[in-house]
Each structure stands twice: as C-alpha cells, then as structure tokens.
Design a protein around this ligand. Structure first.
Ligand code: B12
Length: 426
C-alpha cells in the first residue's frame, strides 16, 4: 500500500491509494460487527473492567454501539468513588483528563462528580494540575509527566470547556517549537495522535484566524510524521494504530482507513488486543468514533444488548514442554550492570515469568521491582536502579536487540530467544 504517497492540497493531505474506496474515517460493517462484539464481550467480562479502575475502558465501552448497562454503571460508580477520594492527591494530570472524558462519555457533568455524599470538580482539578505541568515545563524544560499526558490534558480541558488559554495550549503542542515532545527515543505515534485530537478540538473552538492557521500547520506536520512511521496498514505499531486512526480521521485527510480497520479485525482473533487496555484504544476507531465524540453521546438511547461471557476452564492437559531462553540485565548509564543467565520455562511463559525465575536463581544480579498499571506490570528497577522520569530513564525491554512492542507480562517468549532488560534514556 502507498501510504507515504502524499500530495498537499488546500492545507491538508490528500492521499492517493491504489485499492478500495476513499473515506473520511470508517467503521465496521454489519457483517464485521460480530468480531467487534467478540472483543466487547471479552472486555466487559474481564477482571480489569469488573473490579478495576480504568477510565479508558469506560470511554471505549461508552463509544461502542452495543452496551451492557450494568457493567458500565458499575465501572462509572467505582471511578467516581475513587476520584472523589484520591484524585486530588494521587492522580496524574493525564489520569484526571481520562476520568473527565469517561464522565463526559457517560453523560455526567465532570464538574459535579459525586459519590457517598462527596463531590469533586474534576475540571477545576485538571486546570490546576495542568498549571503544575506548565510550571514544571518552564522550570525544567520537561513536563511533570509526559507530552502524551499534556495532550490528554488539553483535549479534556477543551472538551469540558475548562478555563485555559487555547492560544497557549496550541503553542504548547506545536511541533516546530520543540519537536522533542513527540520523541520518546523514537517518534511516538501515540503522542502525536492524541496531540492531533487535542489540536483539532482547539481549532474547532478557536475563532482567531492566526491560531487556526497555526493549528492546521501543526496538524499537517504531525499527520505526515504518522504516515512516515507507518508500514502498510499499521500506523506506528499495532498498539498505536487505534489512536492514529482517530487522529487521521479528525485531521480531515482522505485515506484508506478500511485497510487499517480490516488489519485490526484480523488481529482480534489472534489475541493481540486481549488486554482490555489495548482493546480500549481500538474500540472507538472500530465504531467510526473518536475521543472528540465523547460529548455528543445520547446515553438514554443506549441498547442493553451485551452479555457477560463466563468461560468454563479447559480440562487439564499434559504440562507444556520446557523451552530455554537467554536473559540479560544491563546498564551503562549512571552505573554499570551486566548479567546473563540461561532460563528454562514452560512454553507459553511471559518475559515476566522469565524475570522471576532468573531472580529466584540469582537474587544479587536479577532482582527487580515493578508496579501494576493498566498495561500490566511496569518494570521500575533492577538491582535497585530506579527508572527516573526527571532524568528520562527507564528499563527498556528488548529481544535480540529490538525493543518489544508490549510489556513483560504480555510478551510470550520463544525457545532460544535472547531477551534483555536495559537501563536506557528516552
Ligand atoms: C509515555 C509512555 C512511556 C514512557 C513512560 C514514562 C513517562 N515518561 O510517562 C516510557 C518511554 C518510559 C515508556 C516505556 C515503555 N513503554 Co510505553 N507508552 C507511553 C505512552 C506514549 C503514554 C502512556 C501514558 O502516559 N498514558 C496516560 C496515563 C494517564 O496513564 P497511566 O496508566 O498512568 O500511564 C502510565 C503507564 O502507561 C506506564 N507505561 C508506559 N508505557 C508502558 C508500557 C507497559 C508495558 C506498561 C506495563 C506500563 C507502561 O507509564 C505511564 C506513566 O506513568 C503509551 C501510549 C498509549 N497508547 O497508551 C506507550 C505504551 C503504553 N508503551 C508501550 C511499550 C511497549 C513500552 C515499553 C515496554 C517499551 C520497551 N520495549 O521497553 C516500555 C515499558 C518497559 C517497562 N519498564 O516495563 C506500548 C504498550 C503496548 C502493549 N501492548 O503493552 C504503548 C501502548 C506504546 C505503543 N503503541 O507501543 N512508555
């Protein structure tokens, strides 16, 4: 596919693609809907959805055209309860932003989120957390969190009509001011996609022709970068494609989104989006919706037509054969760490399983810590050497020197694979 063949036209990109119809955004057809329902059923039946606190999942479920009202109601209540109790002290700005979008998508005013007779104004809280991010940016040339979260902040403030300067926000997300914001080691398609969504929202709300013109220029540059980082129908990688489809859709370019959509549908049965968080980032695009649509949903018209699936555990089979991988921990920044060990694990094990076996075998060299996040376990330290946001360091996961596109808990290792956890800069 010729995704990189782009001809500038009237300030936007017009893409010439060889096959299929051209469209502005797209959605699954009625024949394809069973595949989407299969995914929605998995999401509503998952532990993460039924007991967890992930606002991205609620945003996705609310944007779907099939619903399980009970599950959505329950998740909304838990999110509201948690926000009332913990948002002020312990939420990052992006987490507040996602919560605002989840409330909006549930037709709740995010300025009055209540639970157990307490109320919180999430929009005012985000205005404050956004100012903290800006202060940190001015002082240390880096946000408190990341430009991904700053983009979420601008998007949520824009959607919820918060009190902030749209011109300043447009300037903040402008790529020519400091292009580094879109690079985390490599160009981050995810960050660019959320930034485009935020900027298009700003553009729709801004009356100043100059600001509108500047936003159009920024969006055009970012769209081109996303396309430059795309191979065939995969925009960035499998896990950024959902957000990138949303971004390309709202940018107004014509492109063959059906090819990307079909690719995503093919991946559903391979288990690529089994993690509810991964599913939540592709569901809106499969429904032909974007995060800009969270304010326009008609909640009272929801159908209640999705059932929770209870899976019967499969009967015990003979234990899987053992495989052997090579596992390395290394650091050359700040301090020197280098250790390699052969690890035997049952077939089907994850990198996280490998790390635990290595740790049990040699605590001195392979001990590590992690935090649970919506994407699974996030590796925070090896031998007490901590990832540090201020110094832009993290523990990178690699196989044969190539960075993994998923986390330690979800990456299934293969026989004779060379795996590495490397202290790196982004
Ligand atoms: C920013 C970011 C990072 C930053 C995080 C630190 C920071 N400065 O914020 C850095 C660059 C360090 C990073 C690292 C990694 N990331 Co990352 N990251 C993101 C990004 C762009 C935004 C996350 C975010 O802020 N969300 C919003 C906030 C409000 O939600 P949150 O839950 O509080 O966010 C936290 C977690 O998401 C966590 N986190 C970030 N990345 C990852 C990855 C994994 C596997 C886990 C468990 C947690 C985690 O850090 C966030 C900030 O604290 C997402 C894109 C996306 N589509 O979500 C990719 C994304 C989540 N990362 C991804 C990957 C693969 C990784 C790495 C495994 C890459 C690697 N080969 O080493 C490592 C994690 C290794 C480890 N130590 O366990 C994938 C996950 C896909 C998947 N199926 O699991 C994503 C979706 C990007 C992509 N399209 O491939 N990441």
């Amino acid at each position: 596919m010729m995704l990189s063949l782009a001809i500038p036209l009237a300030g936007f990109l017009f893409l010439v693609l060889p096959t299929g119809g051209l469209c502005y955004g797209c959605a699954v057809t009625e024949e394809e809907r069973p595949q989407l329902i299969f995914l929605l059923n998995k999401v509503i039946s998952s532990e993460d959805t039924r007991t967890g606190l992930n606002p991205s999942i609620l945003i996705a479920l609310r944007q779907a055209r099939n619903h399980n009202r009970n599950v959505e109601e329950n998740l909304l209540q838990r999110l509201s309860q948690d926000a009332v109790s913990h948002a002020k002290e312990s939420y990052s700005s992006g987490k507040v932003a996602l919560n605002i979008m989840a409330q909006l998508a549930s037709c709740v005013n995010p300025r009055h989120v209540s639970s157990s007779s307490s109320t919180i104004n999430l929009v005012r809280l985000l205005e404050q957390k956004y100012q903290d991010e800006l202060q940190n940016l001015n002082k240390y040339q880096a946000p408190l969190t990341s430009f991904y979260q700053l983009s979420l902040d601008v998007l949520a403030l824009c959607l919820a009509e918060g009190n902030f300067s749209t011109a300043e926000a447009a300037n903040l997300l402008k790529p020519d001011k400091d292009k580094k914001k879109y690079y985390l080691g490599n160009f981050s398609v995810d960050t660019a996609a959320v930034s485009i969504l935020a900027q298009v929202c700003l553009k729709n709300k801004t009356l100043t022709p100059k600001v509108r013109h500047n936003i159009a220029k920024s969006v055009k540059w970012l769209v081109q970068q996303i396309l430059n980082h795309s191979h065939d129908e995969v925009l960035g990688n499998l896990y950024s494609t959902g957000l990138a489809i949303q971004a390309l859709t709202v940018s107004g370019i014509q492109w063959n989104c059906r090819e990307s959509l079909k690719m995503i549908l093919d991946q559903i049965h391979k288990g690529t989006f089994d993690l509810p968080m991964a599913a939540s980032q592709i569901i809106p695009s499969l429904e032909g919706r974007t995060y800009l649509n969270v304010t326009g949903l008609n909640c009272s018209a929801d159908k209640d037509d999705l059932d929770i699936i209870t899976t019967t555990p499969s009967p015990p089979t003979s234990p899987p054969p053992c495989i052997c991988v090579n596992y390395t921990v290394s650091a050359k920044v700040k301090t020197f760490i280098n250790g390699t060990i052969p690890v035997h694990v049952p077939q089907g094990s994850s990198l996280f399983d490998v790390m635990k076996v290595a740790q049990d075998k040699n605590w001195n060299i392979f001990r590590f810590t992690y935090e649970n996040s919506s994407w699974g376990p996030y590796i925070t330290s090896v031998q007490e050497l901590m990832a540090d946001n201020n110094q832009r360091t993290y523990w990178q996961l690699l196989s044969g020197n190539i960075p993994l596109d998923r986390g330690a808990g979800n990456y299934i290792v293969s026989d004779k694979e060379r795996l590495e956890v490397r202290y790196s800069k982004y």
